[in-house]
Design a binder for this molecule. Structure first.
Ligand SMILES: [Zn+2]
Length: 396
């Protein structure tokens, strides 16, 4: 039995021991990981300089010129770029179990599967999100059968409001928005009604809508008027018919109004019909630049013009976008689109330590649009290493 006196003594020596450890710790801080000597580009902090990044307990502990302290692990990033983990808001990573791990190796530390499945099979994509090594969530396709070769909502009955609401109510933690694919080969003449129903579902849960625009039956202006603040337009570089730019090189007025009220515009690179260099050039010239890059990725993307998120982020250098501007559109901007990423897209001290280490190589690089047109670029970003939640990710 411990007497009061002994207990007091014990407490006293514990206090002493704690002070002693504290004094020692002040002399020799030991971090879990230091990313050493890379060029840190973090638009959220307006930093573009050579810095060390120290990590403790899964969070950013310091971003400073020379961190002399010891660390359990060290990544030599000299000659490389060190940026916040990339956030890809339009992927199809949840179509297969391997998807999330593959894009994590490309530097993607947060992903959103954009409507691979609807109410009937939403559980399939959620199962992948639940076992994903990094944060991953899904948009539910308003078409209850998900993506269909014959068109998700060509039969309007598939845009089933009750089924979508029921699926969201049962999966509030994993469904972060509602997707409507509106092209003429997906929704046909139903595009407007499909979007009206999508908004009815999303608004009742206060969730964003993402529309897949381009080659619609209805004019883009008529569709975009249905979007609210926080909604996302993907495939913003889709060529005519119904591109965001008219034949006279002017951005459609309803598109300008949508940006003013807080609708986001996203690249959604993809493979078919979403991006053509002449349209990209015309839109970039007006100054109506994307808020975010995204890949429209799947596990075959490395065989296509998409390749990976860093490659997609390199495609607008030739149209005047700077490296810092490209990185903002792969990190900080997309992180603001969904609440789950609100503490991501930054290397601020205290933030979760999600980091993409990339190489910016100089040379002659070929960039493909979705129509097999090529442009040449002098620079391209390549993934090099990823840190997720403070731990080095090993490439498969
Ligand atoms: Zn897609």
């Amino acid at each position: 039995m411990i007497t009061r006196r002994e207990w007091m003594c014990g407490a006293g020596s514990l206090v002493f021991a704690h002070v002693a450890t504290g004094a020692f710790a002040a002399q020799a801080t030991r971090y879990d990981l230091i990313v050493k000597g890379g060029r840190v580009i973090d638009p959220s902090l307006r930093v573009n300089a050579v810095r060390d990044v120290a990590i403790s307990g899964g969070r950013i502990a310091a971003v400073e010129p020379n961190i002399a302290a010891d660390a359990a692990d060290m990544i030599d990033a000299r000659g490389k770029l060190v940026v916040p983990g990339l956030i890809d808001v339009h992927t199809h990573a949840a179509r297969s179990k391997e998807g999330p791990g593959l894009c994590l190796a490309d530097g993607v530390t947060g992903w959103v599967d954009a409507g691979s499945q609807g109410a009937d099979h939403i559980g399939d994509t959620i199962a992948v999100a639940k076992t994903s090594p990094q944060q991953g969530r899904v948009l539910i396709n308003i078409g209850r059968a998900g993506i269909l070769p014959e068109g998700d909502t060509m039969n309007i009955a598939r845009a089933d409001v009750a089924a979508a609401k029921d699926a969201i109510a049962k999966n509030r933690d994993y469904v972060v928005g509602v997707k409507a694919r509106l092209s003429r080969d997906v929704a046909g003449p139903n595009d407007f009604e499909v979007l009206r129903r999508t908004q009815e579902v999303a608004s009742s849960f206060n969730l964003p809508v993402m529309i897949h625009m381009g080659q619609t039956v209805s004019p883009i202006g008529k569709l975009i008027d249905l979007l609210k603040k926080g909604d996302i337009v993907t495939h913003m570089f889709a060529p005519p018919p119904n591109s965001i730019i008219d034949d006279n090189g002017r951005i459609v007025p309803e598109v300008l109004a949508a940006r003013r009220r807080g609708v986001w515009f996203d690249v959604g690179n993809g493979m078919t019909g979403h991006m053509r260099w002449d349209t990209v050039e015309a839109i970039m010239k007006t100054g109506f630049w994307p808020d975010s890059f995204s890949t429209d990725w799947n596990t075959n993307s490395h065989m296509t013009g998409v390749i990976d998120m860093p490659n997609c982020m390199s495609k607008l250098f030739g149209y005047g976008m700077t490296l810092d501007q490209a990185i903002a559109r792969g990190t900080y901007n997309p992180a603001r689109m969904f609440p789950l990423f609100n503490d991501r897209g930054t290397l601020n001290v205290g933030a979760p330590a999600d980091i993409a280490i990339m190489e910016l190589r100089e040379g002659n690089f070929e960039y493909l649009d979705n129509f097999n047109n090529k442009i040449q670029g002098k620079q391209r970003l390549f993934p090099s290493a990823t840190v997720y939640a403070g731990k080095r990710v090993t490439r498969a």
